[in-house]
Design a binder for this molecule. Structure first.
Ligand SMILES: [Zn+2]
Ligand SMILES: [Zn+2]
Ligand SMILES: [Zn+2]
Ligand SMILES: [Zn+2]
Length: 374
């Protein structure tokens, strides 16, 4: 039976649940470019192309904010309440003509309720799959491409370094980029920022042998918060994490990372969308201009030594497109008992086969490889 709106897209706060008219099956492509990474706060974006946006471009839902980097560029549509980057339009050239394309963030997509009632045994992974990875060379060090494949399908997905060259022969070639890259020695700080550069985050360390743990999470909240099936965040002592703002005369000002996002703090960081997913306990921050996910924060969360812990999104630290994005000299890529965190939620949502199940295995193998290299 054909269903006119088989899919829907949902944001983290669920203010927006938007029915998507399309036909199944569909594919997602995984883009590793700096624009996509800094737009979502993720190591790569997962976009599913649509023929049209499911709303009028001239009058998008009032619950959305719209970001356009310049008059000639496409637009990003993100939730004005929670900051989830949900849809985008973009321009591309084909046969000398300029065309407009549209996409939805794959992490926001699920089967619509009406489709599920007609097709009770179908899972999202049965009708949506990854077809290629692109712009891997933007990451300098290969980024997540050594482990972010799709190994569930008979035909292997292709890995494009950039559009000027033929695709890489194998995933090992993507991994080779990381093996060859050497990070600058003795770094004591890492800066990260969002696509529009209105939010800048800095993490510091006194001891250059000490690394901060970074986790890869596939839980429903991280997925809906970033629009991507896996999100990464870094556990940093609050004393070593800062927001860098600009004064009126353009000078950099270092701001302490807040312990709590109350009304006074929100007013101080007026550009940030702060959404409390568990009132009084858990907040999510996003850039209010471009919609990039910036942080996750659990009030009162501490390290074993009692120091406050904050969690900026790791991928922001890949915004400087000359220094790599995995920062193996600064970050310790963590593996939980089960591999990546909350992989079971992707299984439960019927979407693990799109990405997560394979990411989980490949990621564990990659981390083991790092340990044997060290
Ligand atoms: Zn929302
Ligand atoms: Zn991209
Ligand atoms: Zn921004
Ligand atoms: Zn999570």
């Amino acid at each position: 039976m054909s269903n006119p709106t088989p899919l829907q897209a949902t944001c983290l706060c669920r203010t927006n649940t938007i029915q998507i008219p399309t036909t199944l099956p569909l594919t997602a492509h995984v883009c590793h470019c700096t624009t996509c990474r800094t737009s979502h706060g993720t190591l790569f974006a997962m976009h599913t192309d649509l023929e049209v946006l499911p709303f009028s471009e001239s009058s998008p839902p009032s619950t959305f904010r719209v970001y356009q980097s310049s008059q000639d560029s496409g637009k990003a549509y993100f939730c004005g309440t929670c900051g989830t980057y949900m849809f985008a339009s973009y321009f591309y050239m084909r046969e000398g003509a300029r065309h407009e394309g549209f996409c939805v963030s794959t992490g926001c997509v699920s089967l619509s309720d009406s489709y599920k009632s007609e097709n009770p045994t179908t899972k999202l992974e049965d009708v949506l799959s990854v077809d290629f990875h692109c712009i891997i060379k933007d990451t300098i060090d290969g980024g997540a491409s050594p482990w972010a494949g799709d190994w569930s399908k008979e035909t292997q997905v292709q890995f494009h370094g950039n559009w000027e060259e033929p695709p890489m022969p194998s995933q090992e070639d993507a991994e080779e980029l990381g093996r060859k890259y050497v990070y600058p020695a003795g770094r004591k700080e890492l800066d990260g920022w969002c696509r529009c550069k209105n939010v800048k985050v800095r993490i510091t360390r006194e001891d250059t042998t000490k690394k901060y743990k970074t986790g890869v999470c596939a839980c429903d909240s991280c997925r809906l918060a970033t629009g991507t099936d896996v999100a990464t965040y870094t556990w940093v002592p609050r004393d070593n994490a800062f927001f860098v703002t600009k004064s009126e005369n353009g000078e950099e000002q270092i701001q302490e990372w807040p312990t709590i996002w109350d009304d006074a703090t929100k007013a101080k960081f007026g550009n940030m969308i702060v959404f409390e997913s568990t009132p009084g306990k858990v907040v999510w921050g996003a850039c209010g201009t471009c919609g990039a996910r910036i942080f996750y924060q659990r009030y009162g969360k501490t390290f074993n030594n009692g120091k406050d812990l904050v969690e900026p999104l790791t991928a922001l630290f890949g915004a400087d497109d000359t220094q790599g994005i995995m920062h193996l000299d600064f970050l310790d890529w963590a593996v939980s008992e089960d591999g990546i965190y909350w992989a079971e939620e992707a299984e439960k949502a019927g979407r693990a086969g799109i990405m997560t199940r394979n990411v989980n295995l490949m990621y564990q193998k990659w981390v083991k490889g790092l340990q044997s290299r060290a």
